[in-house]
Design a binder for this molecule. Structure first.
Ligand code: ATP
Length: 241
């Protein structure tokens, strides 16, 4: 579905944030990208979603193909129309808008009213807490609920591929577990997921395949369960000595 080949990305022509990364997100799978701060995870997502230019970044070489189409240079709206929707790091929900208004904002690019209504029903089914709180302002939700809202808002665009940037950031372990379950459910319902995470336990628990990024390069990749057993991942990312 998504295929990245030998991608090089720089900022201001100097900082080499992504250096020759190749990766695949097969149709129907959850793929995790792990790596510590500054590894290039966010840059990778920005490149895929077409928001790189907003951050003054540039693709120097390499390609990204989605469903067989070379993405080349395009704007974020095109990426959404093609079926890729990103949930940004830090959630960025609209605090002054109600939960339901936030969801509607996510469905704005979709002209089909009945499809939008179905998407909203699906979101409320997946996140009953959002339905209970649909008239409350986003700012009043807990961190975990805001993350659910950010994911729900992305689902309103009925993505084929959901791009998640560190959904566990700042959340309690129990809530991180719930986010993992939500990702698994979204995938069961037919959406492929690219999950960028520092929380390797959650990410490897839910992913089929995983890539480890280290200073802009892929240092390890493979089946998520097998990767979780390797010494390097155990030591560096799962906190086992
Ligand atoms: P984090 O988990 O901290 O977000 P990351 O793995 O997502 O880290 P990136 O944010 O992609 O890593 O950063 C990769 C490299 O690019 C880092 O060296 C970072 O300082 C640099 N970088 C990121 N954004 C910019 C920018 N807008 N301008 C210049 N350099 C940047």
């Amino acid at each position: 579905m998504l295929s990245i080949d030998a991608l090089h990305v720089t900022y201001g022509g100097a900082v080499q944030a992504v250096r020759g990364v190749s990766m695949e997100v097969p149709d129907g799978k959850v793929v995790a990208v792990l790596g510590s701060n500054g590894a290039g995870k966010t840059t990778l997502l920005r490149t895929i979603s077409g928001t790189l230019r907003l951050h003054r970044g540039r693709v120097e070489s390499g390609s990204i193909r989605f469903g067989g189409t070379d993405l080349g240079s395009r704007d974020p709206a095109q990426a959404v129309r093609m079926g890729m929707v990103q949930v940004p790091e830090g959630r960025r929900i609209f605090g002054r808008l109600t939960v339901e208004e936030n969801l509607r904002a996510g469905g704005m690019g979709n002209a089909d009213k009945s499809a939008k209504a179905r998407a909203q029903d699906r979101v409320y089914e997946m996140f009953p807490v959002l339905k209970e709180r649909r008239s409350q302002r986003g700012a009043l939700l807990s961190g975990g609920e805001q993350q659910m809202l950010a994911i729900g808002r992305a689902l309103m665009a009925s993505p084929k591929l959901l791009l998640l940037d560190e959904p566990s950031l700042g959340l309690a372990p129990r809530v991180i577990g719930q986010i993992g379950e939500v990702i698994a459910e979204i995938n069961r319902q037919g959406t492929s997921v690219l999950l960028v995470e520092q929380n390797a336990t959650m990410a490897l628990g839910v992913a089929d395949l995983a890539y480890v990024l280290d200073v802009g390069e892929v240092s390890l990749s493979g089946n998520a369960r097998e990767l979780a057993q390797t010494d390097e991942v155990q030591r560096l990312y799962l906190g086992h000595a």
